[in-house]
Every structure is written in C-alpha cells, then in structure tokens.
Design a protein around this ligand. Structure first.
Ligand code: GRF
Length: 199
C-alpha cells in the first residue's frame, strides 16, 4: 500500500512509520511526505529515508481554496491508498476531502472528543483528567471530529508537566499508529457505509 504522510513539525510519528515500513512484511511504504512549511525536522527525516517530499505553503497561494487544490494535486500525484496527517497543523478544505476523505487519517494526542485542538495535552492537564491518550480517526470537515479508528489510554501522573505528559502520550500514539495502519492496510475499512480495500 502507498502512504503519503503530512507533517508540520518534528515528525516522530512519521519516523515510526518509516521504521515500520522498512520491513517489507509490513505491507505499506511511505511514497511521499508533504508539509505546509519549510525547515522542519519531518522533512529531514523524509530525506534521510530517501523518500520524496514537497512543501505547499498557504501564503504562496492567493486563497485558502487555491492552497487546498494545490495540496490535493500534490498528494494525488503519488496515488496514495492512505493519507496520514501526523502532526500536520492545517485543516484541509473541501477539495482535499472530496479526493481523499475516505482515506485521510489523523492522529490526535488526547482521547477525543475531549480536548481537540493543538494544545490537547496542556488542556487535559489543566482540566485535571487522570487518564488521557491518543486517538486515530478518519478526518471529516470538523476539527478533530470524524470516525474513530482506535484509541489508546495513557495515565496522567501527579508530577506530570506538559512535556512529560506529551512525551508519554506520543510513545503510545506512535505504537498505535504503526499497528493500526498495518491493520487497515491488511483488512481495509468501512467509512460512511462503504468498504474500502487496498488493491
Ligand atoms: C502528535 O502528538 C500529534 O498528535 C500532535 O502533534 C504531534 C506530532 O508529533 N497533533 P510528531 O511531529 O509526529 O513528532
């Protein structure tokens, strides 16, 4: 199966996928990495793995819709079976969802629907929850909504700060991502009543 991974930052989830896909038995490979900004470690990880990458910046396009179209075209060039947002900090638009909405996964660092948005672990800590985790889901038009594929629970410790909690979540999140992508690739999935299988 062909994976395209979208990143905006450190790319540790991308790295976990690159490592897993080095084993041909995994059944998938990362055929391209896309980003919405230059100069991020995620792009260096793609280069180190010999995977092609591209950057589409919103500010290089006259409108958000033009950016959405450009991103859609860039991703489509690589004919992905699955597109994975792994720390990609942009909401895609209608054109992207029309093209990939049945195969666009995102991983989020809380147990959704609690604490959507970019400060999930900070918000979970501030609320005082004792259990949080990571959620893998198919993206829809909302922010961190969409059908959930899997969740993993992570305890909050009394002495946690944002960094320690974020890192504990990320280790569980990376394992879940690798396991679940492997499973989806093998088994296919059903979304809005339709079964999607990878040829
Ligand atoms: C992940 O924890 C993801 O849930 C959040 O940002 C983090 C990305 O980390 N949205 P990395 O870039 O994969 O290291």
């Amino acid at each position: 199966a062909r994976l395209v991974v979208l990143v905006s930052g450190s790319g540790s989830n991308l790295q976990a996928l690159l490592d897993a896909t080095a084993d041909p038995g995994y059944g998938a490979r990362v055929v391209a990495v896309g980003a919405d900004r230059d100069g991020i470690a995620g792009l260096d990880r793609a280069a180190a793995a010999g995977v092609p990458s591209f950057v589409e910046r919103v500010k290089d396009h006259p409108t958000r819709a033009d950016w959405d179209k450009a991103l859609t075209d860039r991703v489509a060039e690589h004919r992905p079976d699955l597109v994975i947002s792994a720390g990609f900090l942009k909401l895609v638009g209608p054109e992207f969802l029309a093209a990939f909405g049945d195969r666009y996964l995102n991983t989020h660092n809380t147990l959704l629907p609690a604490f959507p948005g970019i400060h999930g672990p900070r918000d979970a800590l501030a609320y005082g929850v004792k259990l949080t985790g990571a959620t893998l889901f198919f993206v829809d038009a909302g922010m961190d909504t969409g059908p959930i594929v899997a969740q993993v629970a992570v305890p909050v410790r009394d002495d946690d700060d944002e960094d320690t909690l974020t890192e504990r979540i990320k280790s569980a999140e990376r394992r879940q991502l690798v396991e679940q992508v492997g499973r989806l690739v093998r088994e296919g999935w059903t979304i809005t009543g339709r079964k999607v299988t990878i040829p």
